[in-house]
Design a protein around this ligand. Structure first.
Ligand code: PMV
Length: 309
């Protein structure tokens, strides 16, 4: 039996725009998904059900990507809600790929991150490598069209070039607020793609988000929390214009902002979660709870994808 686990992540800046080659910054978090893989002679199953495209798209395409033809009993265990914008799809993809790659004995970070990106692309109809690279590498990860310091690997597709960089975990406190509204990444990514393709204004918003990421990454490096938070709130407004916010997300962002440097939706949006940068986590959690959200205090995690004992 092989057991492999991967962390979730929060995107601090740049979701959606990163799909079009803009930069993005994400942190791995201390909530993980584990995937156990065993040989079976009763067909391939996931948590006791026959594997199928509708419910197990990421795992199914991970299997196809690696080309494992054996029948497998796959069991997953998660410490985070799915569809909450915390990277559960990337974590499940990478944990599964880790298990399958281990079966074929070619386990290395870059290959796994590339495989995961291709799987997300297939399932979502478009994607960036932000989630899959972050949950594979752990720590903080900065994607950029330029090659910067601490470069890890480069992923290219359809004219976009993403240079993936290691960043140390920043010393900041975050509170995540889950709206309770389950939102699937694929339809949101496809909605933005239609808007982006047909509308110059959407292209401008995507570029503005890219600028925000560059400024945010600079503010983070300088430890300027006021500026960092202000940029997060601006990033949220731009994402709302792109059409991926939700009234509950806006309400939680407003509530959290009273005790935060700034707040924004994190991940694909349309529901899912928001994240606030604060030094008053209890007050922010209480404000989120009062508005009907579910607060999570999350810590960043150095550990990325790993084989469990
Ligand atoms: O909600 P999540 O965790 O699936 O985050 C998706 C991030 C997007 O930028 C919206 C898509 C992508 O592939 O980069």
């Amino acid at each position: 039996m092989i057991s492999c686990s991967a962390p979730g992540k929060v995107i601090l800046f740049g979701e959606h725009a990163v799909v079009y080659g803009e930069p993005a910054l994400a942190l791995a978090i201390d909530r993980r998904i584990t995937c156990k893989v065993e040989e079976s002679d009763e067909g391939t199953t996931v948590n006791g059900y026959d594997i199928n495209e509708e419910h197990h798209g990421y795992i199914l395409h991970a299997l196809r990507r690696v080309g494992v033809e054996r029948e497998l009993e796959i069991t997953t265990e998660s410490q985070m809600p799915s569809g909450a914008g915390l990277g559960s799809s990337a974590a499940i993809t990478e944990a599964a790929l880790g298990g399958f790659r281990d079966l074929t004995s070619s386990f290395d970070e870059k290959t796994l991150a590339e495989d995961g990106f291709e799987v997300e692309w297939t399932v979502q109809g478009n994607a960036s490598p932000i989630d899959t690279s972050t949950v594979t590498h752990g720590n903080a990860v900065l994607l950029s069209d330029e090659k910067l310091s601490d470069h890890l690997w480069t992923i290219e597709k359809e004219g976009n070039v993403w240079n993936i960089h290691h960043r140390d975990i920043p010393d900041i406190q975050l509170v995540v607020g889950y709206t309770g509204v389950h939102a699937r990444t694929g339809p949101l990514v496809r909605r933005v793609k239609r808007f982006y393709r047909n509308n110059n204004f959407a292209k401008e918003i995507v570029r503005d988000i890219g600028d925000m990421v560059r400024q945010g990454s600079d503010a983070l490096e300088k430890g300027d929390l006021e500026r960092l938070g202000g940029l997060m709130t601006k990033n949220h407004k731009l994402l709302s214009i792109l059409g991926v916010s939700h009234p509950k997300l806006d309400a939680l962002v407003r509530a959290a902002n009273r005790y935060s440097y700034g707040a924004k939706l994190t991940g694909a949006g349309g529901g899912g979660s928001m994240v606030a940068l604060t030094d008053e986590p209890e007050k922010v959690s209480e404000a989120i709870r009062k508005r009907g959200g579910e607060p999570y205090t999350v810590d960043s995690a150095e550990e990325g994808l790993k084989i469990e004992d």
